[in-house]
Design a protein around this ligand. Structure first.
Ligand code: SF4
Ligand code: SF4
Length: 167
């Protein structure tokens, strides 16, 4: 369903508070964390497909804050020195999932996270659940991956991905 206006207002309040914390920090430069690089190629495809199939079980805790804090704001502002506070608020509100899940993160859409990776918290950028973590730590990337999403005891969906050309 479309996001409730009061949830979007709560996100804005949260971002304003995070930017205020950044302004008040004694050494704001020390808050800038290096951004985890986005995955590429087949690994990125598998993670995207897995999160879409699972429908973001781990994102439910994101609520209206999406784990964004003054450290995220420090990094976002350092990467966009020309953007003022209003422009940054707009970047986030425009990325809210147009259709989402009640009580989950505002950026949690049916096909996964709608917040571009450079705007996400480092927690979100670094986190992989056990299933994805096991796949990513494989030394040799498998040629075919079968992803199974569970909904409680039931199987909620299954998808097979192959990095080999079909045929
Ligand atoms: S990281 Fe794992 S639990 Fe979280 S959305 Fe992706 S597949 Fe689901
Ligand atoms: S910002 Fe994206 S990855 Fe982070 S909790 Fe929200 S939907 Fe999940």
């Amino acid at each position: 369903m479309p996001p409730a206006a009061k949830r979007v207002r709560a996100l804005k309040r949260h971002l304003v508070a995070a930017m205020r914390d950044l302004r008040e920090a004694k050494r704001p430069d020390r808050l800038v964390q290096p951004r985890t690089s986005a995955l590429e190629g087949f690994a990125a495809e598998v993670v995207r497909a897995g999160c879409a199939l699972c429908q973001g079980a781990c994102c439910r805790g994101g609520g209206t804050h999406a784990y964004l804090d003054e450290r995220t704001m420090a990094r976002v502002r350092a990467e966009r020195p020309e953007a003022d506070a209003r422009a940054i608020l707009r970047l986030y509100t425009e990325a809210v999932a147009p259709l989402g899940f009640v009580d989950s993160c505002l950026f949690h859409g049916p096909a996964g996270c709608t917040l571009p990776q450079p705007l996400r918290s480092e927690l979100c950028n670094r986190y992989y659940c056990n299933g994805l973590h096991d796949f990513l730590k494989e030394k040799d990337e498998p040629e075919t991956v079968c992803i199974v999403a569970r909904r409680g005891a039931a199987i909620g969906g299954r998808v097979v991905l192959s990095r080999l050309p079909a045929g």
